[in-house]
Design a protein around this ligand. Structure first.
Ligand code: MG
Length: 382
């Protein structure tokens, strides 16, 4: 149940820094609820269902996609926000939008697109998915007669822009003085709700990548015995249910691991909030990051991430598919730069050709990218 009163440091829609284009308030929804609804109805959100998280979309029906990942982040984020009396609706809006800028084929796609954009010397230099998520909601969605993008509130956009280089922040501030790029120049924090989404993202992918890793047979439960954060819960589950094994042991251990991290974040964050007592949402932005794990859980999280990197993300089978995915992106990029007319009309007509090609490819689903690749090169890579 939602606490009836949010904390003073929670983001309050009534005190939002507003939208880039002023709009009258909605009769039944506050501004953060409205942001969430706009995100759910966007085209980019629906594309997430066919975008890779770690496993390529066609490798299996049960693996996470960007969409199910985003829903899991929203669920975890809301649970934590509710317990801390932070703004659940803002957390949900940020969580659902946080991966909108991801390319097809996951990180492999992003790396390949970044290389291509840099090689082509685009004005803004390369491709970065956080910045692209902001571009999607600020510029690329075409749903409203009066403006480009979804015209979201500052607070949701601030949360979407999780990372930003100094150079990109300066470029953003030229277009929007004092806007969402400013904190990267001032080295301040985003809202507590945005900080919370970053943690929920991490909790979600650590857990579901273990699940998907075992499901794909690239990871085994025996290997996971080396990872403290997982092993402690697997052992506790086996003590409570002697003889437990296989899938149920996996699910039970992941479930316990998730809960333990969520409770840890709630407790550790409550402690730092009590210690720092921010008097408002803005005061919290000027403090050190306040949402986080206790030190031991943070440390075991780092160990788990290292394990996943070495054993799953760099597994020869994953690397092999990602190499093929990268060449799909490179081929598409070269093809569209050479022949912009091969893109959909809105993109082919743009004068900033490299940027248009980058936006076009970034927006593709895995399936559409493969279809286009086959059409333009006559080759089938998967
Ligand atoms: Mg994510």
């Amino acid at each position: 149940m939602r606490p009836s009163v949010l904390q003073v440091y929670a983001s309050d829609p009534a005190r939002s820094r507003g939208r880039r284009h002023a709009e009258p308030p909605a009769p039944t929804r506050d501004d953060f609820q409205r942001d969430r609804d706009r995100i759910v109805h966007s085209t980019a959100f629906r594309r997430l269902v066919y975008k890779t998280q770690v496993f390529l979309n066609h490798e299996g029906d049960l693996f996470r996609t960007r969409l199910t990942h985003s829903l899991e982040v929203a669920q975890l984020g809301r649970s934590i926000a509710r317990a801390l009396a932070l703004n659940e609706d803002l957390v949900e809006a940020i969580a659902l939008a946080h991966d909108l800028g991801h390319t097809p084929f996951g990180h492999a796609g992003q790396d390949a697109l970044d290389e291509c954009a840099r090689r082509a010397d685009s004005v803004e230099g390369g491709f970065e998915h956080n910045l692209q998520s902001l571009r999607v909601v600020d510029e690329l969605e075409e749903r409203y007669p009066a403006y480009d993008g979804l015209n979201l509130t500052f607070e949701t956009r601030e949360g979407i822009l999780k990372h930003c280089s100094r150079r990109h922040a300066q470029q953003l501030c030229e277009r929007e003085p004092g806007g969402v790029g400013q904190r990267f120049l001032d080295r301040t924090q985003p809202s507590l709700e945005a900080q919370l989404c970053n943690i929920a993202d991490e909790v979600a992918y650590n857990a579901h990548d273990i699940d998907d890793g075992v499901r794909s047979n690239l990871l085994t439960l025996e290997q996971l015995d080396e990872v403290a954060l997982f092993a402690v819960h697997a052992r506790a589950a086996c003590t409570e249910y002697p003889g437990l094994g296989g899938r149920r042991l996996l699910f039970e251990s992941v479930r316990r691991m998730l809960s333990a991290q969520v409770y840890d974040v709630i407790e550790a964050t409550a402690v730092s909030l009590r210690e720092h007592r921010p008097a408002s949402a803005d005061a919290a932005r000027r403090l050190p990051p306040l949402v986080g794990f206790t030190e031991p859980v943070a440390r075991s999280g780092v160990e788990l991430k290292r394990f996943l990197r070495d054993n799953l993300y760099r597994h020869p089978q994953v690397v092999e598919t990602t190499e093929r995915a990268k060449s799909v992106i490179r081929d598409l990029f070269d093809a569209y730069v050479a022949q912009p007319a091969q893109m959909q009309a809105g993109f082919s007509a743009r004068v900033d050709r490299v940027r248009a090609v980058t936006d076009y490819i970034a927006g593709m689903t895995d399936r559409f990218a493969l279809k286009e690749h086959q059409r333009l090169t006559g080759r089938t890579l998967f």
